[in-house]
Design a protein around this ligand. Structure first.
Ligand code: UT7
Length: 348
């Protein structure tokens, strides 16, 4: 049975750089607070009129496809992970298919927020192992800036996030010492509402009891309306400390699950690439797993948290910086809204 390798990888981040000091023009915050609590120094925000989640994903995809040594017409399946799609529907996968003039191949969108890319990788891996597809394009892309609230009331959310995209091409290999060894997917919906954007949504107050526990705003309208916008009910909500607490428990757990499954220990890791949620979370994982600095890759300082794009952007930068060589043991891990969390262990 073949294993999957990453045959090509690419990333795209918008040119607009916003430093922490830039954010102080919109809200009551400071560079010192943001760096101390999150590690973020700056982030990129997409051009409001020209760049979308799909267009950024397409740019990253073009690079990944070229580096894989194939053409867009060789791709036989698309998986697109995002929480900020261009449209409520259809998904972004078909926009990639159209823009890159691909054949009439399957296009699947994944709505798993921060763990979306690792979930996508796991789905792609199954298709490669079964022999169904040979070139799978996986994209993680986010344009958070269009749903972020740059008002002081949302400062604990808005200072963390940034825009960008990453992409990989997954291909089969028969080589002994290469490829994805295993993937591990988890969820716990008990706290689904503590990191969420409720509207526009079909909840129609069905979950209102839960929502009321976490959000004092009255959740009344089902669809986007003036009253909803006036009441700021169309914006993301997050109980930061609640998410932090669960993340630092589940991240190390899912990394260890992948290592144990394959008979490895943290000391064997060449590189852990965690979802870039918060530098403090990455440092906690590093401490818990007793990893050296060079075993953990962080670039949240430059891009903020780019949700489904953060793992492929970090993977791409790590590769571009020559941090992985063939046969190295690499672990990708992610945790986020849902909650959902996941890991993938591979030999590069
Ligand atoms: O990808 C997964 C998605 N999310 C996460 O992983 C987020 C996980 N959580 C976190 O990263 C952290 O909880 C945050 C960075 C979001 C917040 O850090 P914190 O240390 O948990 O702060 P806090 O929410 O407990 O707030 C502490 C104080 C509060 O003031 P008071 O009540 O102590 O006076 C906040 O109002 O910090 C205040 N605060 C800010 N001050 C300046 C919150 N945000 C800001 C801000 N600038 N941006």
């Amino acid at each position: 049975m073949p294993k999957s390798i990453i045959g090509g990888i690419g990333m795209y981040v918008p040119g607009n750089v916003y430093t922490n000091n830039d954010l102080t023009k919109f809200m009551d915050t400071s560079d010192e607070w943001i760096q101390e609590r999150t590690g973020v120094r700056e982030r990129r925000f997409a051009d409001r009129s020209n760049e979308t989640t799909a267009t950024m994903g397409i740019e990253a995809a073009k690079i990944a496809i070229e580096r894989a040594g194939i053409t867009p017409q060789d791709v036989d399946f698309i998986i697109f992970a995002t929480l900020s799609p261009d449209y409520y529907f259809p998904g972004c996968g078909v926009l990639v298919q159209r823009a890159l003039k691909m054949n009439e191949i399957g296009a699947l969108d994944i709505r798993n927020q921060c763990s979306g890319f690792v979930y996508a990788l796991s789905v792609g891996d199954q298709f490669i192992r079964s022999g169904m597809y040979k070139n799978i394009l996986i994209v993680g892309s986010e344009k958070h800036s269009f749903i972020l609230d740059f008002n002081t009331r949302s400062r604990h959310i808005s200072v963390i996030f940034g825009d960008g995209a990453g992409a990989v091409v997954l291909q089969p290999t028969e080589e002994e010492n290469r490829g994805i060894l295993s993937t591990h997917l988890h969820s716990d919906g008990n706290d689904a509402e503590i990191l969420a954007m409720y509207n526009p949504g079909s909840h129609a107050n069905h979950w209102v009891k839960n929502l009321a526990d976490y959000n004092e705003a009255e959740i009344g309208d089902q669809y986007e309306s003036h009253s909803m916008i006036d009441a700021a009910q169309n914006l993301p909500v997050m109980d930061g400390p609640g998410v932090f607490k669960k993340a630092v428990a589940k991240f190390p757990e899912v990394v260890l699950e992948a290592l144990n499954k394959n008979g490895y220990s943290p000391a064997d890791l060449a590189l852990l690439i965690p979802h870039q949620a918060n530098l403090r979370i990455s440092q906690f994982i590093q401490h818990k797993l007793k990893l050296r600095d060079e075993q953990v890759f962080n670039n949240i300082q430059k891009y903020g948290n780019t949700t489904a794009a953060s793992v492929p952007i970090a993977l791409c930068e790590a590769w571009q910086e020559g941090k992985m060589k063939q046969g190295d043991l690499i672990c990708l891990a992610a945790f986020g809204s849902g909650f959902t969390w996941a890991s993938a262990l591979m030999k590069w």
